[in-house]
Design a protein around this ligand. Structure first.
Ligand code: MEV
Length: 396
């Protein structure tokens, strides 16, 4: 059997048939199948929208030329159906294309009272002069600071990652000026919180020695704007047709809805929630920190003024979509080591965190296009309520 996630009528197959297909696709073994079964034995299991146990399965995903069945952990079956429907249309044009623009995380070390301490016994006249001197001193000692950070986590350093740089930011707060040191770290396949927080604590003595400053918090920033994934996709406009709505009408509806999301925060929030429906579900299935990713996405959306995290246009007969978001996702460490998460990774057949991040963003883009194509045509309630009613019926 060819290894494809584009199985005609997958949703209508029996549970056993679906599991057989997945087993072959992802080389599942007896332990994997037993784990799925245990989840199906839980009292609330419903055989709805490709639910195979802990996850529902989205089909048709072709990302950077590779096929994926995507495990999604969420309560709303219409989200899975919408992702699969759009993935099928995108697949016809070669699939999703994505990459990480950069993959570093940021940790923050907060330095306070730099003026007071710096001024002790010196001739500084202004706070600005003092902070400039402290910044120069820190930059002079950069290599030493990075070395100490990397010594605190030899494994990541030896694997080719580690602390790469420092950046210094002056922030005026209601309690005075802060000098904030950003430690820039390549955390490879880890999400990075533990690595970075340990590094920040390890460099605190040298940093406070250099600056003479008092420190407060030392913690990762979830505004991961140096770990950005970008994914694009296109769909032939005529293929967007839904019911009595022509492809052109649906495309126009999508553009109108997108235009509102670009300018109106009330709409942008819901527009982005539609992307997070898919993103959060895969992040959760793979044992990742969905709150960190959610925080990153929304803060990135608000980096100038809160707006849409997708960009949509119609070009030469194609609806073209792009999503660009921080994606601090891991393929190792923490709850990604749980049995359930390992099984999700096995079903996905992803090799590392970057590959996973590109798939996750593709699902987010698919869900955005799915929601807007329904909202811009027959409305969201028809499909959503049909599944909801099925859900209620099965739950009885
Ligand atoms: C509902 O879960 C998600 C939507 O509200 C997204 C959107 O409005 O774009 C349908």
């Amino acid at each position: 059997m060819a290894l494809t996630s584009a199985v005609q009528g997958f949703a209508k197959l029996s549970l056993e048939e679906k599991i057989n297909i997945l087993s072959e696709f992802s080389d599942l073994n007896e332990d994997d199948l037993n784990l799925l079964k245990k989840y199906r034995e839980l009292p609330d299991f419903l055989e709805l929208e490709n639910n195979i146990g802990p996850f529902k399965i989205a089909t048709n995903f072709l990302v950077n030329g590779k096929d994926y069945f995507v495990p999604m952990e969420l309560e709303e079956p219409s989200v899975v159906a919408a992702a699969s429907r759009i993935a099928k249309l995108v697949r016809a044009e070669g699939g999703f294309k994505g990459e990480y623009l950069d993959s570093k995380m940021i940790g923050q070390l907060q330095l306070l009272d730099v003026k007071n301490i710096c001024s002790e016994g010196t001739m500084h006249r202004s706070e600005d002069e003092c902070i400039e001197e402290v910044k120069e001193k820190l930059l002079e000692k950069k290599e030493e600071i990075l070395k100490i950070a990397n010594e605190s986590n030899k494994i990541i350093f030896e694997l080719g990652g580690g602390a790469r740089d420092i950046e210094l930011r002056e922030i005026e707060t209601e309690r005075g000026k802060n000098l904030v040191l950003h430690l820039i770290v390549d955390t490879l396949d880890a999400m990075g919180a533990n690595v970075i927080n340990t590094m920040l604590e390890a460099i605190t003595p040298i940093v406070t020695d250099i600056t003479g400053g008092r420190y407060c918090l030392r913690i990762i920033s979830n505004f991961a704007d140096k770990r950005i994934v970008s994914v694009t996709a296109k769909i032939k406009v005529e293929n967007l047709a839904i019911g009595n709505y022509s492809g052109e009408k649906v495309a126009n509806g999508i553009l109108d809805a997108y235009a509102l999301a670009k300018t109106d925060i009330y709409r942008a929030s819901t527009h982005n929630k539609g992307c997070m429906n898919g993103i959060g579900a895969v992040v959760l299935a793979t044992g990742n920190d969905w709150r960190a990713i959610e925080a990153g996405v929304h803060s990135y959306a608000a980096r100038t003024k809160y707006t849409s995290i997708t960009e949509l246009s119609v070009e030469n007969g194609f609806l073209v979509g792009k999503i660009e978001i921080p994606m601090a996702i891991a393929s190792i460490g923490g709850a990604t080591n749980s049995k359930k998460a390992r099984l999700a990774m096995k079903i996905l057949r992803v090799k590392n965190a970057k590959e996973l991040g590109v798939v996750v963003a593709s699902v987010g883009l698919a869900n955005n296009l799915g929601a807007l194509s329904a909202l811009g045509s027959e409305g969201i309630q028809k499909g959503h309520m049909r599944m909801h009613e099925e859900f209620i019926k099965l739950g009885k």
